[in-house]
Design a protein around this ligand. Structure first.
Ligand SMILES: C[S@@+](CC[C@H](N)C(=O)[O-])C[C@H]1O[C@@H](n2cnc3c(N)ncnc32)[C@H](O)[C@@H]1O
Length: 319
């Protein structure tokens, strides 16, 4: 580690992570399997790729004199129902995290622009000890973040940058609120076979025309399939060019995962507002039921495995 209060460029590139997510030891944890399947997969990407980077920066900061007085602040933006938040709390609220929380050394702020999402995340947090000292919540639009410049050590935007009308503004905001040497973490769905189960019912039921782009090809998501172009955008947003990296996290849905994902997606109030807002309640139920019917029809034995790839990017703000 360099003498500066941030990892050096060689530290950035030498950090290795375990890409074989299917054999990750976390898969045996009860919480990992009780989550909605998408959350399980997102959690995998977050746990495999990002927790080691957060740990590295946190340990480094705790070793510096400045860190003895300044708390380590993490902003989990677009927190949704708390997939990353629960991974963080499992990692930090137990063991050494208790000390960090008690001493005010680790402060997490989880935000989303949908109250329903924040409420869901809040409900999950109740299961953890000590978190009242560690976690705060807020209603925040990522394109207009109400925090001052140079405020956070880590800013995460997981499964969200492609959803906002102006992702460049959102990423610039996330870098603006980072301290010098702070770490920015982004993730986006990259290739999700299971999404075809939404396209087909939407077309069959007449909500999308046959010639419409598939959901995964919509411009807002397609923009994040060119991983090198995203790196350029992150550099323009203010991250240190040499520190920007990407990786892929691959996992598989089973048919029952798809069915559960579909039910969960349509049951969550925040997601109902964000997903297919133009459909009324009855129409959304129709799409959900049709998607589930198609899964059962196509895969009657229930054993199909559908690939799901998440792209992750990270980088540090220049010191
Ligand atoms: C796909 S979910 C991801 C949630 C969570 N990070 C996860 O990985 O499970 C995207 C979230 O972004 C939120 N969102 C969408 N646009 C937003 C915006 N402009 N500002 C803040 N949150 C936004 C939605 O409410 C939703 O909770």
């Amino acid at each position: 580690m360099s003498a500066l209060n941030t990892p050096s460029a060689s530290d950035w590139s030498s950090h290795s992570v375990n890409y074989d997510t299917r054999s990750h030891p976390d898969s045996s944890r009860p919480n990992a399997t009780s989550e909605a399947p998408t959350q399980g997969m997102i959690r995998r990407a977050f746990i495999d790729h990002f927790l080691p980077l957060i740990d590295q920066l946190l340990s480094y900061n705790l070793d510096t004199n400045e860190a003895r007085v300044a708390p380590f602040k993490l902003h989990d933006s677009m927190c949704g129902t708390g997939a990353e938040l629960t991974a963080l709390l499992e990692h930090y609220a137990e063991g050494k995290g208790r000390t960090l929380a008690r001493n005010g050394k680790l402060q997490i702020v989880a935000t989303d622009f949908a109250q329903g999402m924040v409420d869901s995340a809040k409900a999950k947090v109740k299961h953890f000890d000590q978190v009242e000292q560690m976690v705060d919540f807020g209603i925040v639009d990522v394109m207009n973040v109400p925090y001052p410049d140079n405020h956070f050590d880590v800013d995460t935007m997981i499964m969200g940058p492609g959803l906002v009308p102006d992702p460049d503004k959102a990423m610039a905001e996330s870098v603006r609120v980072l301290k010098a040497g702070g770490l920015a973490l982004y993730a986006q769905p990259y290739d999700i076979q299971g999404w075809d189960f939404f396209n087909e019912p939407l077309q069959t039921l007449g909500f999308l025309s046959k010639g419409s782009p598939k959901m995964q090809d919509l411009p807002m998501l397609a923009a994040f399939r060119d991983v090198e172009a995203v790196k350029g955008r992150l550099e323009r947003a203010g991250l240190h060019k040499d520190s920007i990296q990407h990786a892929f996290s691959e996992d598989y849905y089973t048919c029952s995962d798809i069915v559960k994902f579909t039910s969960d997606l349509f049951a969550n109030p925040g997601m109902r507002a964000a997903f297919l807002p133009l459909l009324n309640e009855d129409q959304r139920s129709q799409v959900r039921d049709e998607a589930i019917r198609m899964v059962h029809e196509k895969y009657p034995d229930g054993v199909a495995r559908l690939k799901h790839v998440v792209a992750v990017w990270w980088g540090y703000k220049p010191t």
